[in-house]
Ligand binder design. Structure first.
Ligand SMILES: [Zn+2]
Length: 244
């Protein structure tokens, strides 16, 4: 069966399952071995059974599928219908606005699987923190993942101390990471990719620190083991996330 036929068959299976009410039982798991590549969506049941470690494992597995070009078959209309009545995401991901680093795509997640926050330079401020508290305290997400990436324009701008309109304020959130990276005395500009990478990694660590420091709610959940907090760096060329 070629890939196109296979997709069509899988889609048909998905539609029958929906029509037959299999959805209600959280039973979106593939019923047949050959449907294993079909994406599922998170349900109230799957979220209730989720742990921080399992959520991280699922994101790691999704990124491996993406990097190895063996993503699940996503029937987006099916996923939309399956999640329209409620959302039960497993994680909240804070990433960059970079056009090449979509959280859903690089972790091969379905509609309804993750809360996705994207801001230039994946920094944490009050607005982002409020969203994360909504995701974890009120909506049951079990993991917060902060993901930076290589060759980040926002990080490069902070390294070069760029001042431009509102971007100046945006980069103010990243400048502490620049200051926190020692060394690289020969070239501490965006022309030095090693320096830019070191700052991007430091920026992820500072973002995690800001979550812990500025959100007592999330910090308490982390200490109680109700949520996990993890950092990572995405590589634009390989598609792989290295977990920090
Ligand atoms: Zn970026």
């Amino acid at each position: 069966m070629n890939k196109s036929n296979r997709r069509s068959v899988l889609r048909t299976i998905g539609q029958s399952a929906l029509a037959g009410g299999a959805l209600v039982a959280g039973g979106l798991a593939p019923a047949r071995a050959d449907a294993a590549e079909r994406a599922t969506t998170q349900t109230a049941q799957s979220q209730a059974a989720m742990t921080p470690a399992r959520a991280l494992q699922l994101l790691k597995a999704g990124n491996e599928r993406f990097a190895e070009s063996r993503m699940f078959d996503h029937d987006l209309p099916f996923e939309r219908r399956a999640t329209a009545a409620g959302q039960y995401p497993l994680a909240a991901i804070v990433g960059c606005i970079d056009s090449r680093a979509s959280n859903e795509l690089i972790f091969d997640q379905s509609i309804g699987d993750i809360f996705s926050t994207r801001v230039a330079g994946n920094y944490i401020d009050e607005g982002v923190l409020g969203g994360l508290e909504f995701a974890c305290v009120l909506s049951g997400a079990k993991l917060i993942l902060v993901v930076g990436h290589n060759d980040c324009g926002a990080v490069r701008g902070a390294c070069d101390d760029v001042m431009l309109g509102n971007l100046t304020r945006t980069l103010d959130n990243i400048r502490p990471a620049v200051a926190a990276v020692d060394g690289f005395q020969s070239d501490r500009s965006s022309a030095n990719p090693d320096f830019v990478q070191a700052v991007a990694e430091e920026n992820v660590m500072l973002s995690m620190e800001r979550i812990r420091t500025n959100s007592p709610l999330l910090r308490a959940m982390e200490l109680n083991g109700e949520i996990g907090l993890q950092g990572g760096m995405y590589d634009l060329a390989s598609g792989r996330v290295t977990f920090l």
